[in-house]
Ligand binder design. Structure first.
Ligand code: GRG
Length: 292
């Protein structure tokens, strides 16, 4: 297996095992919501964001185990966003990660609370990070809130919802993607740099790498919605077209979208070389070739 796959698997396993402990059942009066949180968090995600956070932290000279609370927090926030995104009042998707969506399995009110529970547990978990000086942890918690909040992922979702039935231009779609999907990917580098005290030059390169990867990742998501295999993806394909969504592919066409992905990947690989990271270089290629 190529090094990058081994690396992603190793980091994903660290996160999955820590999440298993963090999401243990505790009280029969409210275990029903923890079961729903576990259901969504413990099934099948790629763990890309926490794996990237840990890879950046190691690249900046840290020991991955020390940053694990933030890696888990990030995956919890990502999972909460998927649960809420699937709700009937949002994208109304019945399948996620190869299984019925949280609200199909547990009902809408439990799914909403499961999302809320993961979001709040994320901050409780991050606050347990023991990295010193303590100020780094406090600053990283601030970044976690900012990039997953209205100036980040939630802001992107607001733009996405407001765009329904409208034709966005390329610039508008790129802004939506940079917030909705890009913010959590950029956050991986920002948190790792904050926790390790990486210098501004390294942070700047890492953030630029994430911006390229984040946009390419979401465009590949669009392409998979057209050309992908729903059995491998674990969710139905064709939903963007059904919902008449303003996607990058719709704005520039499939061929141009594929070219943009290749250009962004090449740019990301150049930055990875400047950072001296073979793993990040290979990650850029790996993400383009993904089938789920
Ligand atoms: C607060 C009510 C409320 C809703 C929040 C913020 C939000 C809804 C949704 C976020 C937007 C979102 C879901 C963007 C999609 C990003 C994306 C490409 C997700 C899929 O990521 P993968 O492929 O998934 O990494 P896995 O399952 O592998 O983790």
């Amino acid at each position: 297996m190529p090094d990058i796959e081994n690396e992603l698997n190793a980091k994903a396993n660290m996160v999955t095992s820590a999440l298993d402990d963090l999401l243990s059942l505790r009280d029969k009066d409210y275990d029903s919501v923890i079961e729903a949180m576990r259901y969504s968090a413990m099934c099948g995600g790629k763990r890309l964001r926490p794996a990237m956070l840990l890879m950046f932290y190691e690249l900046f000279g840290g020991n991955a185990e020390d940053a694990l609370p933030f890696a888990c927090a990030l995956e919890m926030i990502h999972t909460y966003s998927l649960i809420h995104d699937d709700l009937p009042c949002m994208d109304n998707d019945d399948m996620r990660r190869g299984k019925p969506s949280c609200h199909i399995a547990f009902g809408e009110s439990t799914a909403m609370l499961a999302g809320d529970g993961l979001l709040t547990l994320a901050f409780e978990t991050a606050a347990k990070c023991r990295i010193t000086p303590k100020e780094r942890v406090v600053n990283a918690i601030g970044l976690l809130a900012k990039y997953s909040g209205v100036e980040g992922m939630i802001g992107g979702q607001v733009i996405d919802l407001a765009a329904e039935g409208k034709a966005l231009n390329r610039e508008e779609v790129e802004k939506m993607y940079s917030l909705k999907t890009g913010a959590l990917i950029e956050l991986t580098a920002r948190i790792a740099a904050e926790l390790s005290g990486a210098c501004d030059d390294r942070l700047c390169l890492a953030v630029n790498y994430c911006k390229k990867i984040g946009l390419a990742f979401q465009i590949v998501d669009d392409i998979l919605d057209i050309k992908g295999d729903s059995a491998i993806l674990g969710k139905p394909t064709g939903s963007d077209a059904d919902e008449n969504k303003s996607t990058f592919v719709r704005v520039v066409g499939l061929e141009n979208a594929e070219k943009t992905v290749n250009d962004l990947t090449a740019e990301a690989k150049d930055i990875a070389s400047s950072l001296g990271s073979k793993l990040l270089y290979d990650l850029a290629d790996y993400l383009v070739k993904r089938s789920f």
